[in-house]
Design a protein. Sequence first.
Length: 181
Amino acid sequence: MKKLSREFYDRDTVIVAKELLGKYLIHEDRIGKIVEVEAYVGTHDLASHSAKGLTKRTQIMFGSAGYAYVYMIYGLYYCMNIVTEGEGQASAVLIRAIEPIKNIHDRTQGPGLVCKAMHINKSLNGHDLCSDYFYLADAQQSEEFIILEKPRIGVPYAGEWANKLLRFYIQGNAFVSRKEK
DNA sequence: AGGATGATATCC
DNA sequence: GATATCATCCTC
């Protein structure tokens, strides 16, 4: 499998989000196929953490593309994002669901469960995804699927941004976290 | 419909 | 230092 390059991530966030579908997420011996993502497109996106500006928490998002942004949510779960576009753009793609491929024995339908199943925690915040043991890779053979575009989940506070179609998933895939909406 | 549970930001 | 707010998930 071919590791995704810095150039892959350093492009428009919506394009990166869509192209991440079907790619492999690899952490040590665990492999999952990405089937659902959300795009957070910058400081003007009110649903994005980076809308609050540069803080200690969001500094990874303000950095260069191709790094992992991992944070704890609701005191229970971690969520994993991939920073996209150039330094200062503060945009990222949230991994919402994966399909288990190898060495994954827990549920993976939702961002919190993805991190639990993949053993992703805050120690991986800021990890360079172009390095070893925790990275993304292209599938061996390309696969045909239809991408659906829906509003993002859990961001009703974001005003008009809550309605934008920035959630993408593979139509018909059994591991997508929520089918309706 | 509501509870678990903690990091963060934003006040005083 | 207190509090309100979460890019969630599970049980009832």
